[in-house]
Ligand binder design. Structure first.
Ligand code: UT7
Length: 311
């Protein structure tokens, strides 16, 4: 079998919801400002003691059930995250321990918000080369652990959650192509400050680079496949800011109705945002089997990437 495909999806969101009105109570901001500038209305926040591993385990369980597989079928786990509660062992090996499975590769990768796309790229290559027959790619983030709740410029933006996909070999192209990039020159614009433990971002500068870079990556993806914009059924963007997402949609001549939008309820969940939006888009009945999805992401590093996927 020459290709890989996504055979199942799952996601998990913590129970606690923090609305813009809740945040208004402790920093100088407003629901109006947050919605207008970002599209965010609320976000989910992990419970005390709930970790990125716990959220990943829930999303993985649902993805396995959805694809008709069990953990015993897996022969690869890749977890995209930058918010593991401990530096090692990886969340991926912690999941092996939770599921009592072993003897296959399991590792975490950190490409910030682009981590899930990086994971898809790796898994697609490994499935195509015959090394892997049933892989899990999970994005899980506990962003609330990195938030300075007194900094209004960042605390309104992020949320917690996890999303997972199961990837298997296929005779037809499910994952059509993936494209991943990085440029470390701008790391000062968005980073985790080791001294304070919190996120630092020059939002406006990041915004401008993101819009331009995402325009380029969708062109690159279509060109690589000699496809026209009309071949894409859904734009499934990283959910950082609705204005960035709609700028990319406009570039693709797509309407807001053709964009999977979860940023309003999830905020920016970094590496979890695309698999979460994929699972939600399917559950809502928006994304159907056979449709073509343009996934794209941009994040700290900078890292960026895309995956053209026939679901
Ligand atoms: O996922 C990884 C990639 N990350 C991104 O893609 C994020 C990219 N950046 C953004 O999404 C936007 O830049 C933000 C949402 C972070 C900010 O929106 P903006 O339109 O770029 O606003 P700004 O940073 O230029 O700030 C405009 C004003 C400032 O006030 P002055 O200087 O004009 O008086 C800020 O102090 O808005 C003020 N401001 C706020 N006001 C109310 C900043 N944050 C807030 C806030 N509430 N939460």
């Amino acid at each position: 079998m020459k290709y890989s495909r996504i055979s199942g999806t799952g996601s998990y969101l913590p129970e606690k919801v923090l609305t813009n009105h809740d945040i208004e109570k402790f920093v100088d901001t407003s629901d109006e400002w947050i919605q207008e500038r970002t599209g965010i209305k609320s976000r989910h926040i992990a419970a005390d003691g709930e970790t990125a591993t716990d959220m990943a385990a829930q999303a993985l369980q649902r993805a396995l059930e959805n694809s008709g597989k069990t953990a015993q079928d897996l022969d690869l786990i890749i977890v995209a995250t930058c918010t593991a509660h401990c530096r090692f062992p990886s969340i991926a090996t912690q999941l092996q321990n939770i599921y009592k499975v072993k003897n296959f590769p399991a590792f975490d990768l950190n490409a910030a918000c682009s981590g899930f796309i990086y994971g898809l790229n790796l898994v697609d290559t490994m499935v195509r080369s015959g090394q892997v027959r049933c892989a899990a790619v999970i994005g899980t983030e506990h962003m609330s652990s990195l938030i300075d709740w007194s900094d209004r410029s960042t605390c309104v933006l992020f949320g917690d959650g996890a999303g997972a996909v199961i990837v298997e070999p296929s005779n037809e192209a499910g994952i059509i192509s993936t494209h991943i990039h990085a440029d470390g020159a701008h790391m000062d614009l968005l980073y985790h400050d080791a001294a304070s433990g919190k996120i630092v971002m020059e939002g406006n500068k990041v915004f401008r680079v993101a819009v331009k870079t995402l325009e380029r990556i969708v062109d690159e993806t279509l060109d690589a496949n000699k496809l026209d914009r009309s071949a894409v059924d859904w734009l499934l963007p990283h959910q950082a800011n609705l204005r960035i997402m709609l700028a990319t949609a406009q570039k693709l001549d797509m309407t807001e109705e053709q964009v999977i939008i979860t940023v309003d309820e999830h905020g920016n969940t970094s590496a979890a945002s695309i698999p979460l939006a994929l699972d939600v888009g399917i559950a809502r009945g928006q994304i159907k089997r056979g449709e073509v999805l343009m996934m794209e992401s941009f994040g700290a590093g900078f890292t960026w990437g895309s995956a053209l996927v026939r679901y």
